[in-house]
Design a protein around this ligand. Structure first.
Ligand code: NAD
Ligand code: UGA
Length: 481
């Protein structure tokens, strides 16, 4: 056992203050009060928001995040754009930058764009002093650590002549498994933490830091490549489960089975397990699709086409699920939703987050607008600007009343949204939507009224006494006479 202790670690820097870098470092600072944590970003606006006095204005919404920022910011937790200084002083640098799917060049549409990881490695190489442990926290293709090592090799100095201080590095992989909406809980009590690497001292130090709040038996030490690949595999398995249950949801609707009952029945088998079996409008979020595409790319790169095709089907099924829900809505109105007022409940990709990346709401909204619907979009946390960025500007105000073009508007008032509405579509299962008074809402709506519940949140009893027709994912239609 190494004699090195985590007392040696005084300063940590994180490159990237996004959905992962922000919450991860907030929890680390909270659990390691003796370590100064500097969270940096190239985006000045984001850092200004992290430093905002208004804790409702943090760039990431997560339950309990505001409390922890309030408790630790300015003590041992700092948000800064001064990357040079933060890296110079750091004993450990976490790389938590974005790794989106490449949009052009070799591997476009599949491979991860490692531009931001590469520039992070260069920054660390240039500014670091003494010995620095670099931790890959971003989700990356297997063998990315090799790329980082190649970059920093050019900056390494083991020579200790007068006036030339040594500069050395070790590279670890410690991917993040938090899910948005439960990030703080996931970080405080993770199922497991992975640390992959070759340098025993660095592995030991990072493990000791995690042990400030995570039981040792939950910290798995692996080789670099296993750690990197476990992250992609974990997301691929989770996404595959969702495509599996969504495929079954369509069969339930045709056959008279109820997907909730099927999920419960199969989930009771301890080999299958009960989590992640809720059928829905298709998975969203910034990672499942991106990581699956990356896995497909890697399999093809290594000439394992059967494996690539297998994982690609998971994405195809997901696209089909989103598409079938919007088509089903249009078909209920005999193919014509022109000028129909349709309320979309929820725009974030899941509840308790303001993140809309790859939200199924985006493609469903675009398809309905394309077919001429007038959408009213409600979400408790997402802003109108975020919606504009994803589906284009709100055209409602510029349309004349004779126009048959589709449009959208935004509201935080559900009753106002449903006034004279023909239909509502539940896209995100925000808790608020479980408490809706459907009897009251039914009175505001035009008849015939429809609710399309893509999350299975409504029971038929909730609609007793109303004139609302229901379509529910994995259950099908329940019509009023
Ligand atoms: P994000 O886009 O929210 O944040 C990334 C941030 O990095 C951005 O603010 C960007 O400005 C910043 N950045 C880019 N280059 C930089 C540099 N050189 N120096 C400093 N900052 C820089 O992305 P995210 O959702 O936090 O995801 C980050 C990584 O973590 C991705 O690889 C993702 O796959 C992975 N991941 C995400 C989640 C999640 O729930 N969002 C969970 C686990 C893993
Ligand atoms: C997912 C993983 O769960 C995390 O472990 C991982 O760290 C993260 O991706 C990442 O790498 O980014 P996240 O995307 O934040 O986390 O949220 P999930 O809870 O996994 O939900 C993803 C999508 O699946 C959402 O659209 C959600 O609505 C959908 N989902 C989830 C269902 O439709 N049904 C379910 O039963 C569960």
């Amino acid at each position: 056992m190494s004699k090195i202790s985590d007392d040696k670690i005084k300063n940590i820097c994180c490159l990237g203050a996004g959905y992962v870098g922000g919450p991860t470092m907030v929890v680390l600072a909270d659990r390691c009060p003796k370590i100064n944590v500097f969270v940096t970003d190239i985006n000045e606006k984001k850092i200004a928001e992290w430093n905002s006095k208004d804790y409702n204005n943090l760039p990431v919404y997560e339950p309990d995040l505001d409390r922890l920022v309030k408790k630790n910011r300015g003590k041992n937790l700092f948000f800064t754009t001064n990357i040079k200084k933060a890296v110079e002083n750091a004993d450990i640098v976490f790389i938590s930058v974005n790794t989106p799917t490449k949009t052009k060049g070799l591997g476009a549409g599949y491979a991860s764009d490692l531009k931001w990881v590469e520039s992070s490695a260069r920054l660390v190489g240039e500014f670091a002093q003494g010995h620095t442990i670099i931790v890959e926290k971003s989700t990356v293709p297997v063998r990315t650590a090799e790329l980082i090592k190649k970059i920093i090799k050019n900056f390494t100095r083991t020579n200790t002549k007068v006036n030339i201080k040594p500069k050395t590095f070790s590279v670890l992989s410690s991917p993040e498994f938090l899910a948005e909406g439960t990030a703080i809980k996931d970080l405080e009590k993770p199922d497991r933490v992975l640390i992959g690497g070759e340098d025993k001292d660095s592995l030991h130090i990072l493990s000791l830091i995690y042990q400030n709040w995570i039981p040792k038996e939950k910290i798995f030490l692996t080789n670099l490549w296993s750690s990197e690949l476990s992250k992609l595999t974990s997301n691929a398995f989770l996404a595959q489960r969702l495509s599996s249950i969504n495929a079954i949801s369509a069969l339930c609707e045709k056959s008279g089975a109820d997907v909730n009952e099927v999920s419960k029945a199969i989930g009771a088998d301890t080999r299958i397990g009960s989590k992640f079996l809720n059928a829905g409008p298709g998975f969203g979020g910034s990672c499942f699709q991106k990581d699956l595409l990356n896995l497909v790319y890697l399999c093809r790169f290594y000439n394992i086409d059967e494996a690539a095709n297998y994982w690609e089907k998971v994405i195809e099924l997901n696209e089909w699920q989103k598409d079938r829900i919007s088509k089903l809505i249009i078909n209920v109105f005999f193919g014509t939703i022109t000028s129909k007022k349709i309320v979309l409940l929820g725009f974030s990709f899941k509840p308790n987050t303001n993140d809309v990346r790859e939200s199924p709401a985006i493609s469903i909204a675009l398809e309905l607008i394309e077919n001429g619907a007038n959408l009213v979009i409600h979400d408790p946390k997402v802003t109108e600007n975020q919606i504009t960025e994803n589906i284009g500007p709100n055209k409602r105000n510029s349309l004349n009343c004779e126009s048959t073009d589709g449009s959208w508007s935004f509201t935080r008032n559900i009753e106002e949204a449903f006034t004279n509405a023909d239909a509502g579509v539940i896209i995100t299962e925000w808790e608020d939507y479980y408490k809706l008074d459907w009897l009251k809402i039914s009175n505001f709506m035009r008849k015939p009224s429809w609710i399309f519940d893509s999350r299975g949140t409504i029971s038929e009893n909730d609609l007793n006494g109303t004139e609302i027709n229901l379509w529910k994912v994995g259950k099908g239609f329940s019509l009023k006479k």
